[in-house]
Design a protein around this ligand. Structure first.
Ligand SMILES: [Zn+2]
Length: 148
């Protein structure tokens, strides 16, 4: 039996690093990026909005779940970063089919230009990046090249 009011016996929680990363809630689900689409102009955005930055329509949004695969639009191989951040790594912009671009690191590939092609297919993956002050796992999203 667990006692209410104690934290020792509570299951460890996972938390997304950004609010627009939706983590799986049950078996079989996958993490996805979520956002909204403006019903007035059709533009999609990551996360919540109240006013459309494209057409200034107010509160005319419907929810969107973004594809887990996209295309590499641009990248840079980072060789110098803040202390404690391993380098080199690939910082990239990924175009998703719903018309949004998202910044993320590319993983699971050696950070060399010959391994990266503009327009190559990439898929989203999630990894634990650290623990927060309450001991919960903080989950971030990355993209990796799609095999084949
Ligand atoms: Zn709009």
């Amino acid at each position: 039996m667990t006692e209410a009011g104690t934290t020792a016996g509570e299951a460890k929680k996972v938390r997304p690093i950004v609010p627009y990363l939706k983590l799986p809630e049950k078996e079989g689900e996958e993490a996805v990026l979520v956002g909204v689409r403006c019903k007035a102009c059709g533009k999609a955005f990551l996360g919540e909005r109240l006013v459309c930055p494209a057409c200034t329509a107010i509160n005319q949004f419907e929810p969107v779940t973004f594809s887990r695969t996209g295309e590499l639009y641009a990248y840079t191989i980072v060789h110098q970063s803040a202390p404690g951040i391993p380098v080199p790594y690939i910082s990239a912009i990924i175009d998703l089919p719903e018309g949004v671009s998202v910044r993320a690191n590319i993983v699971d590939v050696e950070p060399r230009p010959e391994n990266l092609k503009f327009g190559m297919k990439v898929e989203m993956v999630t990894r634990k990046v650290r623990e927060d002050s309450e001991g919960n796992d903080v989950i971030a999203f990355f993209f990796r090249p799609v095999e084949g």
